[in-house]
Design a protein around this ligand. Structure first.
Ligand code: HPA
Length: 248
């Protein structure tokens, strides 16, 4: 089964025919929201709101372990994460949709692994390619077939937040090779890998990152909602097409 984890701007899927909702519990605590089940593009999918349905959880308050664990318990094997991001560098302006292929983790103090504690073995998962190639390819194919422009590849830098970055921090991320910045990609992607879930991300650029483009002096937060509303219409179309193309 396919799961969608919706971020800022995507707390529900308007085109989802909802069949039921389920409150979830895990050994790691409560997930961000109940799971919403429904049909999309002819297949059953499950949707989880990363920040909660009322957008009450800040990036560092999200129980990423509970979210991923609950999805696996529901029988999910594939996850599309939807993340709003800041754009760094050429071609990454507001409104652009990206299917990133790499991640750099700048977060700290988050519960970032299932493999801890005296009763757990020491496990090092491979994370060379942090996103599932098969899911990325199908997303790109779905984008082409739905007539949407997607950027194939990008380096997602995950910062801790909740404050936005300084211009110097973004310049450092750019020197590191990051082309996008967001606050929720990690540890989510790594936890998905630890559980063996096939996980890929669709990133919607909400704003130029600090010091870039028209955010040279400051980030105008008032502009972001409109960009997200318009962009998420395309994200919903992309996800529907992805679901339609899934092998049965
Ligand atoms: N920085 C970090 N996270 C973000 C941004 C940003 O500029 N925009 C949307 N999410």
């Amino acid at each position: 089964m396919l799961a969608i984890i919706g971020g800022s701007g995507l707390s529900q899927l308007a085109n989802l025919e909802i069949t039921r909702r389920e409150v979830l519990r895990t050994p790691y605590g409560e997930p961000s929201s109940p799971a919403t089940f429904g049909r999309l593009g002819g297949v059953e999918i499950v949707f989880l709101a990363r920040h909660g349905y009322g957008h009450t959880l800040a990036p560092h308050e999200i129980n990423y372990r509970a979210n991923l664990w609950a999805l696996r318990e529901l029988g999910v094997d594939e996850v599309i994460a939807v993340n709003s991001v800041g754009g760094i560098g050429t071609g990454m302006g507001p409104g652009v949709l990206v299917v990133p292929d790499q991640i750099i983790d700048y977060t700290s103090g988050r519960k970032h692994t299932f493999f801890e504690g005296a009763d757990q073995p020491v496990v090092h998962v491979d994370f060379t390619l942090p996103f599932a190639g098969r899911v990325r390819s199908l997303l790109l194919e779905a984008g082409a077939s739905a007539g949407l422009t997607l950027v194939d590849g990008g380096v997602y830098g995950a910062t801790n937040g909740p404050r936005l970055e300084s211009a110097a921090e973004i310049a450092r991320l750019q020197r590191d090779g990051a082309t996008l910045v967001g606050m929720t990609g990690m540890p989510e992607a790594a936890l998905a890998r630890e559980l063996g879930l096939s996980y890929a991300m669709v990133a919607l650029v909400a704003n130029w990152a600090a010091g870039c483009g028209d955010s040279a002096e400051r980030i105008v937060l008032e502009d972001i909602a409109g960009i997200l509303d318009e962009g998420m219409v395309r994200v919903r179309a992309l996800i529907s097409e992805h679901a339609r193309l899934l092998p049965v």
